[in-house]
Design a binder for this molecule. Sequence first.
Ligand code: BTN
Length: 321
Amino acid sequence: MKTKILRILENANGYVSGEELSRELGVSRTAIWKNINSLRDDGCVISSVTNRGYRLENIPDFLDKDIISRKLGTSVIGKKIEVLKTVDSTNDEVKRRASKGEPSGLVVAAEEQTRGKGRLGKLWDGQKGGLYFTALIRPELPPSDISSITLAAGYGVCLAIREYTGLDARIKWPNDIIIGNKKVVGMLTEIAAQADMLEYAAIGIGINVNNDCFPDEIKNKATSLCTELGRKIDRNDFFRCVINRLDKVISSFIISMSIDDITSFTKLCATIGKRVSVQRADKPIEGTAREINRSGELIIVDDSGNEYVINSGEVTVQGIY
Ligand code: BTN
């Protein structure tokens, strides 16, 4: 109920009366009033004026594990949530906890990372207002199945963004998320494994949420939800939506990646049908991304009709950063 009220107030241009809210949500005005007070307890500033109603003045922009956990109801991811003010990297923190036996489901988020990690050994320079976190899972899978985890994480976050903001977020295979041709989410999944079984996977996710300025090197390639929407969003509420989606999608992809899962993923994948190139030690591959197969691999066809199966590596997509 609180989330619904918050969304209505966020989208309103000015005051919304208690009567309108109670009509739209099918509950009494007393219920609206109680929920408004509870939102105020969460740190939202909501003004009220007799005969006009309520207006959202400000939403709190600090992560709060109690607010995030409230009514979460996930089966694994988010069973335990920790929010740190600062940490070297949430991936490293989760790996340290995992090596001491932390069970599946822990999510560690941080307002600031001093050594955030990107792919290919690069640093991830997350700006204030973003959402940076790592989820720990211990699936009973062979290490080769890491790609299903990677795809599931990208798909889950993409669905959460679409659902929460209505923005046309798409996946750049395997798991970057873009809006238009700019990156809004980056992910780094790290694993520990025995020869034939994963010990754990640390799924690290960085989402540009309320950050609206970027360093010069990436400012033409990166965007944020706030930049695209033209307003800030409630990070706690959005984070809950992301955790919910990740929990559902990851459980389903891990049980078995069905043809329906692949079809749904493909529909949101911006890479399919585009000209792409992949750096390879011997020679680069250039061609058109044709499809994603049952194992989640990308099939590229070059101009002579040769088919290549790509399961990892950086894919450059024409027209996207
Ligand atoms: C990339 O696009 O290069 C991957 C970026 C991954 C960044 C996230 S932020 C949270 C988590 N902790 C890290 O140190 N990295 C990931």
